[in-house]
Design a protein around this ligand. Structure first.
Ligand SMILES: [Mg+2]
Length: 392
């Protein structure tokens, strides 16, 4: 009988780096361009080890994610890492009071192990193919510091993205920085005027618009400017089924919700209540690749499209394996700031920077085994501040 691997150790490497000209906005939550400032950033690599020497590895948040993984690490010891469905189900139940980052990052590492064991990239294990993935330039939030500070700045940057090959562009605006909804609306209308039939235009107020009335104003501007989608418009946090169904009844622009709800069941409920047009899901929040594929297939069953939240090689694998999707979220990007994202730092030969697209605005899934890109341990070790085993 075939001898399957067993998980025999869970470890974490925490590292820090500093990004120049990166700061935060008025309420410290949004990262923005801020010339002269230095922002300390911190992340971790989760490692799931097996008795056959194969290690599943992926980056994650260094704070709450590590604490969650700690809670499930004893459970994982001795498990067959290929039993992903059982592990998904057990952690989902065991961590039902938590955010479930544990389920997400553990699952990604288990798929990395499977790919390395079977010597295939993850998209092959999912039944996918290496296909061009149409990327959108997902901007850093608007700032007050001479970067993306005006609607003209956004249009200039959209033009630069168009010339680089991008076919789609997404605004993260200023939100409540000056409580100025008119600046957001002017931005939408100007982009529509300048880029109709040239770029698919998207906007993500990231739940920062103060109320339903202003969300409706933005929505009507998106109608006029023929935006492709309006995402998480306002301060309910993106979770109210009633309010988003109501908004859909009052505007024509498709909306994209469900970034802030978790897992298959809540996504299906949101679809059934007719509260979204496009369905947001992602491996970092919805139970890894296993959880995201469940949502992608459920969405397909309703004849709708699923849109993955955020970049990273794992989303390139998933996107290569589903047909009911439109865009790869590349970013965050900015006209005056680069190389502050984690991906091009920790991986060799991998980037989600502005210039990572080909001349047609596409990116591709990696071809190596598992996640399929090599971690740059020289860089990671140089920036490591803490290394420890959670269980063995
Ligand atoms: Mg979003």
């Amino acid at each position: 009988m075939k001898k399957y691997p067993k998980i025999n150790k869970i470890s974490v490497v925490i590292f820090e780096w500093e990004s120049l000209n990166l700061g935060t906005d008025y309420n410290t939550f949004n990262q923005v361009y801020d010339p002269g400032s230095k922002k300390k950033q911190k992340a971790a690599i989760l490692q799931v080890h097996t008795d056959q020497g194969i290690v599943g590895e992926y980056p994650m948040n260094a704070g709450v994610d590590v604490a969650e993984i700690q809670s499930v690490s004893n459970y994982l010891i001795g498990k067959n890492p290929l039993s992903r469905e059982e592990i998904y189900k057990d952690i989902k139940r065991g961590m039902r009071q938590s955010l479930n980052a544990a389920n997400s990052y553990v699952d990604i590492c288990l798929w990395d192990i499977a790919g390395k064991l079977y010597e295939e990239p993850i998209y092959r294990l999912l039944g996918g193919e290496k296909i061009p993935l149409k990327a959108y330039a997902s901007t850093l939030h608007g700032d007050e510091n001479g970067g993306l500070a005006t609607p003209e700045d956004f249009s200039d940057f959209a033009q630069e993205c168009l010339e680089l090959g991008y076919k789609a562009f997404k605004v993260h605006g200023w939100g409540l920085a000056r409580n100025d909804i008119n600046r957001e609306i002017t931005n939408v209308l100007m982009l529509g005027k300048n880029f109709e039939n040239k770029l698919d235009l998207l906007i993500d107020p990231a739940c920062e618009i103060k109320n339903f009335g202003d969300a409706l104003r933005i929505g009507r501007a998106c109608d006029e400017a023929k935006f492709f989608w309006l995402e998480d418009p306002y301060a309910d946090g993106g979770v109210s089924q009633f309010a988003h169904r109501k908004l859909r009844q009052m505007i024509n622009t498709p909306i994209l919700q469900t970034e802030h709800i978790r897992f298959l069941e809540q996504h299906v409920d949101f679809i059934l209540s007719e509260s979204t047009d496009y369905v947001r899901a992602g491996a970092y929040q919805d139970g890894g690749i296993t959880g995201t594929m469940k949502i992608a297939h459920a969405t397909e069953g309703f004849g709708l499209d699923v849109e993955l939240h955020g970049p990273g090689p794992v989303h390139r694998h998933i996107m290569s394996s589903i047909k009911n999707t439109n865009f790869y979220e590349l970013g965050l990007v900015h006209p005056k700031l680069s190389n502050f994202n984690i991906w091009s730092k920790i991986y060799k030969d991998y980037s989600d920077e502005l210039n990572a697209v080909d001349k047609n605005g596409n990116v591709f899934a990696p071809d190596g085994h598992g996640i399929g890109v090599e971690l740059d341990w020289d860089w990671i070790n140089k920036h490591t501040v803490h290394k420890f085993n959670l269980a063995s």
